[in-house]
Design a binder for this molecule. Structure first.
Ligand code: AMP
Ligand code: FE
Ligand code: FE
Ligand code: ZN
Length: 291
C-alpha cells in the first residue's frame, strides 16, 4: 500500500482542485491520500467523491494553524467531524486572522514598490476560504516581482522577512484537544522542519504524549534531513507516538515535491483508522456506503 497522508488543494494554497489532486494521486499509484488543506474542510466532499470514482481512498484531513509561545506549529487532524462546533469555531477564527492581516501585508509590499492590485490577488486566492502567503507569492510571481514562490518567501514573506505580518493561530494544546474532541487523530506536521527543532523540544513532545493529547508526529517530510528523521523516529518510538510520512504536496511547480515522495506505513494508517472509529470521528472508505 502506498499512503500519502498530507496534501493540499486549491481550497487552500495548493494548485490542483480536490478532484485533480485525487486524479494525480491515482496516477502516482497511491492507494490512500489525505487531503489536509490549511484551516478548512471545504475540499473534502469533492475529494471523497473523486476518490470513490478513481479507486483511491481519501482520508479526511485538515492542517490546523497552531502556535507555541508565538512560534507557528502546524497540526494535522485526521477524521474530524467537520460540524463539531468548537473545532469549527476555532478554524473560523483562524481564517478571520488570515484575512485580517492581508491589508497590512499588501501595504508593506506597496512600501517596497511592489503593489498588488486586488484583482490579481483575488484570482490567485480563487475559491480558497483560507488565504495564505503562497497566494501573495503567486501574485508577486504573476507581476514579475520574483521568479517563484521560493524567492518570494526567502526574500520577502518568511517569518523573519520584511513583508511578514503575524496572525492568530490556536494555542498548540488547544488545537490538539479540539481535533481529538471532534473525533480526530492529532499529528504534529513537520515538527522539526525549517529550524523548528528548538521550538518543539523533546521535553514538550514528551509532555504532550504523556498527557495523551498527541497521537503522532510527521517524521518523513521534505523539510527534515536524514539525521532529523532518524532522531524523530527514535523519539516517536520511545514516546509511543505514531510516525507518519507524506509529501505535503501543493501542486507541481510550486513547492517541488511530488505526491508519494514520502509515505506512511499500512500499520500506522490502520491505527489512525482504528482511533478515529473509536472516537466517533468521520472515516472515509472506498465506496459511497462508507462516506
Ligand atoms: P501562511 O499559511 O500564510 O502562514 O503561509 C505558510 C505556508 O507557506 C506554508 O503552509 C507553506 O505552504 C508555504 N511556504 C512555502 N515556503 C515557505 C517558507 N520558506 N516559509 C514558510 N512557509 C512557506
Ligand atoms: Fe501550505
Ligand atoms: Fe505545514
Ligand atoms: Zn501542509
Amino acid at each position: 500500500m502506498r499512503i500519502d497522508l498530507h496534501t493540499h488543494s486549491s481550497v487552500s494554497d495548493g494548485t490542483d482542485s480536490p478532484s485533480e489532486l485525487v486524479a494525480a494521486a491515482a496516477a502516482a499509484g497511491l492507494d490512500v491520500v489525505a487531503l489536509c488543506d490549511h484551516d478548512t474542510f471545504d475540499g473534502l466532499d469533492e475529494a471523497v467523491a473523486a476518490g470513490a470514482a478513481a479507486g483511491v481512498r481519501v482520508l479526511r484531513g485538515v492542517e490546523m494553524s497552531a502556535q507555541h509561545q508565538w512560534d507557528s506549529v502546524h497540526v494535522l487532524g485526521y477524521g474530524c467531524r467537520v460540524d463539531d462546533p468548537a473545532l469549527a469555531a476555532e478554524l473560523a477564527r483562524v481564517r478571520e486572522g488570515r484575512n485580517g492581516r492581508v491589508p497590512a501585508m499588501l501595504a508593506n509590499l506597496a512600501r517596497y514598490g511592489m503593489p498588488i492590485p486586488a484583482e490579481v490577488l483575488d484570482r490567485q486566492v480563487g475559491v480558497s476560504p483560507s488565504v495564505g502567503r503562497p497566494h501573495i507569492a503567486d501574485a508577486m510571481v504573476e507581476l514579475g516581482y520574483v521568479v517563484d514562490r521560493r524567492e518570494a518567501f526567502d526574500t520577502w514573506l518568511a517569518d523573519d522577512r520584511p513583508i511578514f505580518v503575524g496572525r492568530y493561530a490556536a494555542p498548540l494544546g488547544r488545537a490538539l484537544d479540539l481535533i481529538r474532541g471532534a473525533g480526530g487523530v492529532a499529528v504534529i506536521a513537520h515538527p522539526w522542519g525549517r529550524g523548528q527543532r528548538e521550538q518543539l523540544p523533546p521535553r514538550l513532545l514528551t509532555e504532550l504524549a504523556d498527557a495523551g493529547r498527541l497521537d503522532g508526529i510527521e517524521v518523513d517530510h521534505q523539510d527534515h534531513d536524514e539525521a532529523t528523521r532518524v532522531d524523530l523516529r527514535a523519539l516517536a518510538e520511545r514516546l509511543g507516538l505514531l510516525a507518519t510520512g507524506s509529501s505535503d504536496y501543493h501542486g507541481l511547480g510550486k513547492i517541488d515535491h511530488g505526491l508519494g515522495c514520502n509515505t506512511t506505513s499500512g500499520e500506522v494508517f490502520a491505527e489512525i483508522e482504528t482511533r478515529v472509529t473509536r472516537r466517533g470521528g468521520r472515516l472515509t472508505g472506498q465506496g459511497a456506503a462508507s462516506v
